[in-house]
Design a protein around this ligand. Structure first.
Ligand SMILES: [Zn+2]
Length: 381
């Protein structure tokens, strides 16, 4: 039998006590030892061109299937606490209403496939929100919600008061998401539906309501900018600044189909609150049938927000380029969103596709070099 001296016994008791207390603390506080952190995987525009709809159709089952499109992404989206995308099509429900450019209507199974790879939030305010009219706009938001997504940007007026400000809590961090579009391609937004248009009064009111909820962070998703430009225009800069002035900390942009820079800086809002703020002006296309240089890919933007001393800091900013590979297989055009780095040595791609993917990568790295430099610590003022 082991015998301990009185001192050894006291020490053993102390050690046991410390271990027990630490274990209890870990159980009570899952983030014991580090500040809570929420991770993001954000992508740009989910387009639905005619060729994508045709490709999704499976004549054997007479169903539209999109799973293979996203099958190369692994756990890149699901691994993040929040996977976010802009759904730039309507879901009109009837196959005769499915169509590509210029007025998009896609099968519901597109969003089921997005759910299956791990997206959590789909925003629906964009220039195509009204493409198939009021009923389809309402149906799109409903299908997205019924599929289990968080959703904002377009609303049924009946539940607008309850859903106007989207609050999301993860790991004890309380976030508000707001989403706006510059226009609906000239199609009138009829009174039976609400589409968040970029208008000062609306946004200011939303911020007022959002701030009253005292979230840890306000995140704005804007659909704006000029198509095919690789730098933000004056309109984008103006509205990003407006969001920051109103207290937003993060702004995520889309619509130009091309990638545009991102930056992190410390600025004061109109209430005198100094905080780290982050903007990406355009996330590019995530999936589309746009094949020209610069619009044939996009990115998965990764970052984390951390709550430190009651302040939100933005960390681990990084991106992974994705490129849309469209091979002809048995006479049928297929669509695959490829994480570029994983496919640089792939034997699967033909020489022309490989060259185009590599060109997309080098263009992207050149465009975003300064963005990556600006987001390294320490944060620039
Ligand atoms: Zn757009």
């Amino acid at each position: 039998m082991l015998r301990f001296s009185p001192t050894a016994r006291t020490n053993l008791f102390r050690v046991t006590l410390v271990i027990t207390l630490a274990a209890l603390a870990c159980k009570a506080l899952p983030f014991f030892g580090s500040d809570p952190e929420v991770t993001f995987a954000v992508v740009g525009d989910i387009m639905g061109h005619e060729a994508q709809i045709r490709s999704a159709y499976d004549p054997a089952s007479k169903q539209y299937k999109y799973d293979s499109v996203f099958s190369r992404l692994g756990t890149r989206i699901s691994a993040a606490d929040l996977g976010i995308a802009n759904l730039e099509v309507t879901l009109p429900g009837k196959p005769e209403l499915y169509s590509g450019y210029p007025q998009f209507g896609s099968p519901d199974s597109l969003v089921t496939a997005l759910k299956d790879i791990g997206f959590d939030l789909l925003v629906t305010a964009n220039n195509h929100s009204m493409d198939k009219g009021e009923a389809a706009a309402l149906r799109t938001a409903k299908v997205v919600l019924d599929a289990g997504f968080l959703q904002t940007g377009t609303f049924d007026p009946h539940d607008y008061p309850a859903r106007r400000i989207l609050e999301v809590e993860r790991k004890g961090i309380r976030m508000v998401f707001l989403n706006y579009t510059y226009d609906t391609n000239g199609i009138a937004v009829t009174p039976g539906v609400i589409v968040n248009i970029i208008e000062k009064e609306r946004i200011q009111k939303d911020f007022e309501l959002a701030r009253a909820k005292k979230p840890d962070v306000i995140i704005v998703l804007y659909h704006f900018g000029k198509e095919y430009l690789s730098a933000p225009d004056a309109f984008q800069k103006e509205w990003v600044d407006f969001a920051f002035q109103e207290g937003a900390q993060i702004v995520l942009g889309g619509h130009p189909h091309t990638l545009q820079p991102f930056e992190r800086k410390i600025t004061k809002d109109r209430f005198g609150v100094e905080a780290e703020r982050f903007v990406i002006y355009s996330l590019g296309n995530f999936v589309s049938n746009m094949q020209r240089r610069g619009v044939d890919g996009g990115m998965i933007l990764n970052f984390a927000i951390q709550k430190t001393d009651e302040k939100i800091v933005i960390r681990k900013i990084n991106y992974e380029p994705v490129w849309v590979y469209t091979p002809l297989i048995k006479g049928k055009m297929e669509f695959y969103v490829l994480p570029v780095f994983e496919y640089l040595e792939s034997k699967e791609l033909d020489a022309n596709s490989m060259a185009r993917m590599k060109l997309f990568l080098s263009d992207t790295q050149a465009l975003l070099k300064q963005s990556m430099d600006s987001t390294r610590d320490p944060v620039v003022k």
